[in-house]
Design a protein around this ligand. Structure first.
Ligand SMILES: NC(=O)c1ccc[n+]([C@@H]2O[C@H](COP(=O)([O-])OP(=O)(O)OC[C@H]3O[C@@H](n4cnc5c(N)ncnc54)[C@H](O)[C@@H]3O)[C@@H](O)[C@H]2O)c1
Length: 336
């Protein structure tokens, strides 16, 4: 049984709880940690974990956990991951891996030196449709891929006004604390989906971003980013907290020499070059891929296999997004 320590017990843990419950034949959350004692206790109760901590270093020192699940605000990812690696614990981390390339180097060095597994919580690549689409593309179902598009948008109407003088974005309201705005946070999802489906390294990036209607956020609420991959494919991603999901757009869409693959969540379609679209029957999974994500993490620890979304994938997404910001600042295409 893999014993997991949960670090950070806030909003995203609502989605991690069903994932850990589904993986309980091989992994169990045995300890929770949060600076907010009430949150740590509440999650411990939901997951039947025996121990709670306010400091992740104390949790790592007591030796009762084999792995950690990092669900902290972005500015703490680097330190929690490095500390866990140095304590010999395997790591599942929420996106983004960290905030800067220097932090990524520190993480890479600690993970390699201590020979632990690091998996990035790129949960959407564990949803049935994107995951199957990736396999199909690798198998050559649409031949050479020319064009890709990914989307993750949603209008945050509840964060446009402050109540009781508090910023409803909390730490996300400040680019200095969060690493950026929507492109850095929600934009991480369409970025890793784009890279995973292109099945190639991103080589050039250009991005345009703006804040349209989130006055309490000090960074962009919307971004559109274009990427050229080493294999020649070009992808576009669209992400927003300032407008809703564009009507008629899929989560992902890939076009290649033999046809198109597109879909969202549990729904996947293949359209041959000259033919009707066919819906693929998939076994649906509840939620946003977290159940398969936790199972994959536990499998990697058991078998020693490299996670599908590991260190390399996490760093590649970070480079792409930071390159996008650089492109916006310098008004040019950035070579990665
Ligand atoms: N995969 C997804 O779809 C998705 C969705 C939302 C959030 N996330 C990611 O999850 C992570 C957490 O986001 P959230 O929305 O849960 O944030 P949150 O603010 O709701 O929760 C963060 C928790 O960390 C605790 N915390 C803060 N500093 C701490 C410290 N030093 N030690 C211990 N605990 C500390 C806070 O008290 C809080 O309970 C972020 O990386 C975010 O990008 C991912």
């Amino acid at each position: 049984m893999i014993r997991v320590g949960l670090i950070g017990c806030g909003g995203i843990v609502n989605a991690h709880v069903p994932g850990w419950k589904a993986a309980q034949s091989c992994a169990r959350v045995v300890a929770t940690c949060d600076v907010d004692e009430t949150s740590a206790k509440q999650r411990a109760q939901e997951l039947e974990a025996g121990a709670t901590y306010a400091d992740w270093r104390a949790m790592l020192a007591d030796g009762e956990v084999d792995a950690v699940d990092v669900c902290l605000p972005h500015r703490f990812h680097r330190d929690a991951i490095v500390d866990a690696a140095e304590a010999g614990k395997h790591i599942l981390t929420e996106k983004p891996l960290c905030m800067t390339l220097q932090e990524a180097q520190d993480i890479e060095a600690a993970v390699r030196a201590n020979n632990v597994i690091l998996m990035c919580g790129h949960n959407q690549m564990f949803q049935p449709a994107p995951r199957t689409a990736r396999r199909w593309i690798k198998e050559g179902k649409i031949g050479r891929v020319f064009s890709l598009r990914t989307v993750d948008c949603g209008l945050h109407t509840n964060r446009q006004q402050s109540e009781n003088g508090e910023n409803p974005w909390a730490w996300r309201g400040s680019a200095a604390e969060a690493g950026g705005g929507c492109a850095f946070d929600t934009g991480y999802h369409p970025a890793y989906v784009l890279i995973s489906l292109a099945d190639s390294e991103p080589k050039e990036v250009v991005s345009f971003s703006a804040n349209y209607n989130q006055p309490l956020l000090d960074a962009e609420d919307t971004a559109q980013t274009m990427v050229r991959f080493a294999n020649g494919a070009v992808g576009t991603l669209q992400t927003s907290w300032g407008h809703p999901w564009p009507n008629g757009h899929w989560q992902f869409h890939a076009i290649g020499e033999k046809g198109q693959i597109y879909g969202r969540g549990n729904d996947l379609y293949f359209q041959p070059l000259e033919g009707e679209a066919q819906k693929e029957p998939l076994e649906p999974e509840e939620g946003w891929g977290f159940i398969s994500e936790m199972r994959h993490f536990a499998d990697c620890i058991k078998t020693g296999q490299t996670p599908e979304q590991g260190l390399h994938e996490g760093i590649t997404v970070l480079k792409l997004i930071l390159g996008g910001y650089q492109s916006e600042r310098e008004k040019r295409v950035i070579e990665l």
